[in-house]
Write a protein that binds this ligand. Structure first.
Ligand SMILES: C[S@@+](CC[C@H](N)C(=O)[O-])C[C@H]1O[C@@H](n2cnc3c(N)ncnc32)[C@H](O)[C@@H]1O
Length: 256
């Protein structure tokens, strides 16, 4: 299995449980921002794309009439289903599918969310176009993902670093590139917020089952980063105490 989507499915099938228990996925001010910017109404039907452990779908489900949680990986859907049952959140429909070819009729949803996942999609324009298609006119899209700096060399470095840890990582975009993708999908941006998360290199690499050799390579890469990249990633500490910063962007947009 070598195509990007098979690789994603393979990686997330192997590490599904780690994404349910992951602190940085389970909550934080970034998840609160997604819920706040979604501003869901009780009569709405919502779709959470690439639901992973289900944290975003579970956070929004109590505020809407219907919630569909979609993911490419059957094992992740099982994990999300388990977490919803554990949290006593009923009524989420779990659907196997691809973010770039959403298996729903046009104008099916009032709200679409997608958190910490779009960097796995080989074609983010196809994804944004699919979101625009399944949203009803006036519907809202809340996109959350990790982002890279505008500086092209630093952006390439951050994406290489991410791909070394998780070969299913395709590409994180800078905020400006997301603005362009959403504009081309005819989605109008209403709000943009930024967040920074301090990550332990050990915990972050363990979530993807990295070998000790890969962790050493990641540490060496961090140490070798040029000035702009080093300022962006803000690495601190030594050995197993190494930490660095992940930057995230949340964009709320509407379909005209
Ligand atoms: C980090 S997890 C998502 C985290 C989750 N949204 C949350 O808020 O905690 C990334 C997910 O993207 C899914 N994924 C990757 N490529 C996909 C695609 N093309 N379509 C749908 N899901 C995809 C993976 O299976 C994985 O479950």
């Amino acid at each position: 299995m070598t195509d990007p989507k098979s690789r994603s499915r393979e990686r997330f099938a192997a590490h599904a449980h780690a994404y349910v228990t992951s602190e940085s996925h389970a909550g934080g001010e970034d998840l609160e921002a997604v819920v706040r910017l979604a501003d869901a109404r009780p009569e709405w039907v919502a779709l959470d794309v690439a639901t992973g452990g289900g944290h975003t779908a579970i956070a929004i489900a109590p505020f809407v009439a219907g919630m569909v949680a979609l993911d490419l990986t059957p094992e992740m859907l099982d994990a999300a289903r388990g977490l919803a049952a554990e949290r006593d959140v009923a009524g989420i429909e779990f659907v196997l599918g691809d973010a770039e070819a959403l298996p729903f009729p046009d104008a099916s949803f009032d709200l679409v969310t997608c958190r910490i996942a779009a960097h796995h999609f080989p074609d983010v324009q196809a994804f944004a176009d699919a979101v625009a298609r399944v949203l009803r006119p006036g519907g809202r899209f809340v996109l959350h993902d990790q982002c890279v700096p505008d500086n092209a060399a630093a952006a390439t470095f951050v994406n290489l670093f991410e791909r070394l840890r998780d070969p299913s990582h395709q590409r994180s975009l800078a905020e400006g590139a997301w603005r362009e993708v959403l504009r081309r999908a005819n989605l109008e941006i209403e709000a943009v917020e930024h967040f920074e998360k301090r990550m332990s290199l050990e915990t972050w690499s363990a979530r993807q089952g990295c070998t000790p050799q890969t962790v050493t390579q990641l540490r060496e890469l961090l140490a070798d980063a040029g000035e702009t990249t080093a300022a962006w990633m803000a690495a601190e500490g030594e050995g197993s105490e190494t930490t660095f910063t992940i930057h995230q962007v949340v964009i709320a947009a509407s379909k005209g």
